[in-house]
Design a protein around this ligand. Structure first.
Ligand code: ADP
Ligand code: MG
Length: 499
């Protein structure tokens, strides 16, 4: 291991994402998860003689939208090629893909590395994209006993393949990249990226080199279906390649698989077995002009970038890193938060606190109860069915800021708002929760409490300069007012009374 520290790992990813469209990419069948096998097929998907593919506008527009999200170039035209191979996952014996004229060229994805502190973001880096091309997904084979079963429901589902430059330098960067990419795809409505449903699959290219040296020989590990498998593959492949090179052996450029159960990679095929796909331009689909009017229309749908939003929350609204990053991770949540801030602009931090902690906690508990998810699996939250509206939450924070209720009482009111959907003010009235801010009345109680010999020691300590000793006097005051005394006012009155 002596020289391992001097190796640098280089990673490039090819990410396949199923686009969020109603129909398939060249056919009118719908697609979705959980159907019976071969329910979502039609003559085009099956490649029957006499059929012709027709490009799905929605799939092209989602691809362009992705390009605009990552600041890529949208070329004047794109075109499809046939990738020929004989395998029953595709009844046409070729896959329609874009080899030379992809729909998206260049662009970059901002990533955030771990290491943020309360008020400082983690390190940020930009990962360049080479291009993204629009192709068709293929069917699924299940090998059972002596035979194999084939399901063409997935065949023809629009697949955007996003190819990075070899810019990633660690497993943590690869993980951060995928998290950022998923956030951008989902926030723009381009894709749902549900990995449990196989909507995002990744090929992971890894090589190592001495820093500053030319790129080393890479291996490609295919078909990773979770962020953790990509991370584990990078760690595994880096260690393996270091071992090989340090033992004086060369790395073979090979295609590998990953066994997630055993946490081990294995060889699928080496370069000698490389397919010759005999690509040629597909004669059935004409070159597609990507009109500037369409590009301009789609540009208006690009949401605020995740990290621009995070910087704005921290710099302009004064949110700590943790709250800001929780809010921006979900576009609907961020927009909900912003609607609440618009209704009470004086205290974004107070609003963020309630949204990022109390509201999220109660929403996921409600979602968990509804879907039967246990503690282990995070249940999807739904703001659509949130019983509290943004302006109502703003109303609660305002009541606290105005000193009508204490922060402690606000928690109680929040719980009731979540249960009943009522306004904060109505709940405060119904429960008689209004905080006591009557100076005259509180002054009297303060005098009674400080006259009690039981607190004489604390008073002496406070007067001797122990600031914290004053807190021992607040408990008895709260007790006498059934917890309703305004804490800020008590503090002020006590200090005045003690001189
Ligand atoms: P191919 O044409 O064989 O698919 P590409 O040059 O298009 O190869 O690269 C495919 C992926 O592999 C890209 O994501 C790229 O960044 C990555 N890649 C290329 N060379 C290396 C390397 N030496 N180490 C790691 N990743 C690499
Ligand atoms: Mg490739």
């Amino acid at each position: 291991m002596s020289s391992s520290a001097e190796w640098e790992v280089v990673i490039g990813l090819e990410v396949h994402v199923q686009l969020r469209t109603r129909a398939k990419v060249f056919a009118s069948s719908s697609w979705g998860f959980g159907q019976e096998p071969n329910e979502q097929v039609d003559p085009v998907v099956l490649g029957l003689p006499g059929t012709l593919p027709v490009v799905n506008r929605e799939a092209v527009e989602k691809s362009i939208l992705f390009g605009l999200v990552v600041g890529a170039e949208i070329p004047a035209r794109c075109a499809w090629d046939r990738k020929n191979y004989f395998y029953p996952d595709n009844p046409k014996n070729y896959q329609l893909t874009q080899k030379d004229f992809p729909v998206v060229v260049g662009g970059s994805v901002e990533i955030e590395l771990p290491g943020a502190s309360r008020n400082v973001m983690g390190e940020h880096k930009r990962i360049r994209l080479h291009h993204a091309h629009l192709e068709e997904d293929v069917g699924k084979l299940s090998h059972a006993g002596s035979g194999s079963l084939v399901d063409y429901n997935r065949a023809g589902v629009p697949l955007l393949e996003i190819v990075t430059e070899p810019d990633l330098r660690s497993a943590a960067e690869a993980e951060a990249f995928l998290r950022s990419l998923v956030a951008m795809l989902t926030q723009a409505g381009v894709a749902d990226c549900d990995m449990e449903k196989g909507q995002l699959r990744c090929d992971c290219n890894v090589s190592i080199r001495r820093p500053g040296a030319p790129l080393g020989t890479r291996t490609e590990t295919k078909n990773l279906n979770s962020i953790s498998s990509v991370r584990d593959t990078v760690v595994y492949e880096t260690a393996r390649q270091i071992r090989e090179l340090e033992a004086g052996r060369a790395i073979t450029q090979e295609t590998r698989g990953w066994n997630a159960e055993l946490s081990r990679g294995y060889v699928l095929r080496d370069k000698e077995d490389a397919h010759d796909y005999r690509y040629f331009p597909d004669p059935d689909i004409p070159t597609l002009e990507l009109s500037r009017a369409t590009v301009e229309r789609l540009a208006k749908q690009v949401p605020e970038n995740l990290y621009d939003r995070q910087r704005r929350y921290m710099d302009k609204l004064g949110l700590p890193f943790t709250a800001a990053s929780v809010l921006v991770a979900d576009r609907a949540l961020a927009e909900w938060f912003e609607a609440a801030v618009a209704a009470h602009p004086a205290n974004p931090q107070g609003i963020a606190n309630l949204v990022a902690n109390d509201l999220l906690r109660d929403l996921s508990a409600a979602a968990g109860a509804a879907t039967g998810f246990g503690e282990a699996a995070p249940a999807p939250i739904s703001l659509a069915s949130c019983p509290i509206k943004p302006a109502q939450l703003a109303g609660l924070v305002k009541l606290t800021d105005d000193g009508v209720i204490s922060k402690q009482q606000a928690k109680e009111v929040f719980a009731e708002m979540f249960r009943s959907g009522q306004d904060a003010a109505a709940i405060v009235d119904a429960k008689g929760l209004r905080q006591n801010s009557d100076t005259g009345e509180l002054e009297k109680i303060v005098q009674e409490v400080i006259a009690d010999p039981a607190v004489a020691k604390s008073i002496a300590e406070y007067r001797a300069g122990n600031e914290k000793a004053i807190n021992a006097l607040k408990g008895p005051i709260m007790k006498r007012t059934q917890g309703k005394a305004n804490p800020g006012l008590i503090d002020q009155l006590l200090r005045k009374a003690l001189g």
